[in-house]
Design a protein. Structure first.
Length: 247
């Protein structure tokens, strides 16, 4: 058990949420006058989510995209899902980050469009993964419609967005795919406070004992059939991947 888990067990949940709420409020002041693109470019440029030890100056998506204990079960679950399809799918990967995960899924797919709002990150990916035949694009899911594809991957992206930005994003995603593979960091308890609003930024709702559920208000996509294909314990909660049948 790591130190964060020990502290979480010792400190009352309400106090933890209070402390985290104040911290998130303070952090959000740093980004309040920035556009969504400027926010995430600043996060990456300042290495808010950490550094790649092998290349400290590179754009890095954080341990959640590199820790084998967190990504291997996800990759295996997605591979099993894709294996059940009749043909290699055309996909869009929204918020592809540094593409460490996407690079491992690329061989299973037909056309692969990998998108992120951070332009220097996309430039880096084009150089790093030049041999993988990936269509890398600068793309803002809150303002641009997706192409019609079989699968749209959105892995731990919505959790960083405000509810208004999530609403805009889902409107640009849901109509354009057969399957949405959505991964979010949510509390371990099933009866958590769903979809608590927060400013767009580096922090996540799980710190506030909340998490994204697109079937619940204010998003209300309850008509979509969702199947959980992967759950990975991770403080403060779990990383959950749900496949939604959209069309």
């Amino acid at each position: 058990m790591n130190i964060r888990s020990i502290i979480k067990r010792m400190v009352p949940e309400a106090l933890v949420v209070f402390i985290n709420r104040n911290r998130i409020k303070k952090v959000s002041e740093k980004y309040k006058d920035l556009s969504t693109q400027e926010i995430f470019t600043k996060i990456y440029s300042e290495h808010t989510w950490g550094n790649d030890n092998a290349d400290p100056d590179s754009y890095f998506s954080g341990g959640g995209s590199h820790d084998a204990a967190l990504i291997d079960p996800y990759i295996n679950a997605v591979k099993q899902f894709i294996a059940g399809l009749s043909n290699p799918p055309d996909v869009m990967d929204l918020g592809c980050g540094d593409f460490n995960i996407g690079s491992k899924l690329r061989p299973l797919c037909n056309r692969y469009i990998a998108c992120d709002i951070v332009e220097p990150l996309i430039v880096q990916n084009k150089k790093t993964y030049a041999g993988l035949n990936v269509d890398f694009r600068v793309f803002d899911l809150t303002s641009e419609k997706c192409e019609q594809v079989d699968i749209i991957f959105v892995r731990q992206v919505l959790q960083h967005l405000s509810n208004d930005d999530i609403k805009k994003g889902l409107q640009n995603i849901i109509p354009y795919c057969k399957y949405l593979v959505l991964t979010e960091h949510v509390p371990a308890k099933e009866n958590f406070n769903k979809n608590l609003d927060k400013p767009t930024g580096p922090d996540i709702r799980a710190l506030l004992n909340s998490g994204i559920d697109i079937t619940a208000p204010p998003f209300n996509y309850g008509h979509l059939k969702g199947t959980c294909i992967c759950e990975i314990p991770d403080v403060p909660g779990k990383i959950q991947t749900i496949v939604y049948k959209c069309n």
